[in-house]
Design a binder for this molecule. Sequence first.
Ligand code: NDP
Length: 337
Amino acid sequence: SGAEDIVTGCPKESDMEVVEGSITLKLPEGSNEVLIKNLYLSADPYMRILMSERESPQSLASYTIGSPLAGYGVAKVVESGHPDFKKEDLVWGIFGWDEYSLSPQHKFFSKSSTLMSHFPTILEFLVCICMPGMTTYAGFFEIGSPKKGDNVFISAASGAVGQLVGQFAKLMGCYVVGSAGSKEKVDLLKNKLGFDDAFNYKEEQDLDAALKRYVSDGIDNFENVGGKTLDAVLQNIRVQGRISVCGMISRYNVDQQEGIKNLIHLLLKEVRMEGFNVSKFYHLYPKFLEFILPHIREGKIMYVEDIAEGLENGPAALVGLFSGRNVGKQVLLVARD
Ligand code: NDP
């Protein structure tokens, strides 16, 4: 209802509300629509960008005040008048944050039963294969062009994307260091996710010195945080190193300009720094599956997820991404089946 209502600063639970409404669980005669029931929804940092007046990532429309949030999810077809879908099909794509919805309000990516049959659970599909997995694949392999023996530093390392980047980098034979915001997360990185080392950035006065302590001969970087972290990365980047800019979560809630001080290292060390948007990489999906499915089957890739139950807990789950409340991929369980 006006620009003054658009979220500013850190999103709060009170910026969102849970509203009850009704929907007829029967399609009208002759309809070609699809009625779906949401099972799992994915809470993602980019959703904050869609709540602001600032420019949104290409290909994503900002949210409209008064309409449901929308994001990636897995849903079940309740009724279908569309020839491509039938009752009980599992579908994945971008869905509204509601219990039931009618297409074509939200576009399906695909019918996912075949894909999901590779995974023990829908959850595993959502966490590993859906958007975070594709993001990791695109950002690490396509943008980062890694080589065996690289020293890879990953920020927000225990999160949805970070935990997979670290595991992909280990599979490549890289030395992998991550930063995260709590002791629990650091332990997870070192003891469960196979990182060579990890540190709690909240306990470091000097991030430049911290990075030098873990890798003395220069890093390549998968960047999820931006701001001060990126500045320290620039001070430690290797000659002809690469920075794959996946995200800048430390900047999504602030309006001021970046204030990066160490950009000159890009020039001095002939560094390639490149941002990317996963939505431009879905043509690589078959290649990604070919890569990841055998590793999953052999138990070489694991994932950690954080599940909030019930749509009413959606706002807290989403807000929690900005205080680091989530441990692993934040998922919202709407219904089990
Ligand atoms: P995560 O699961 O990593 O959750 C976000 C985490 O970020 C929090 O748990 C917190 O962990 C950390 N964080 C939050 N605020 C700050 C801050 N101010 N400074 C430092 N760390 C912070 O999220 P995802 O893995 O889904 O996303 C990671 C990044 O990747 C995000 O920047 C996201 O926007 C980006 N992304 C980009 C895509 C693309 O196409 N380019 C696609 C998908 C994601 P901690 O406790 O460690 O602080």
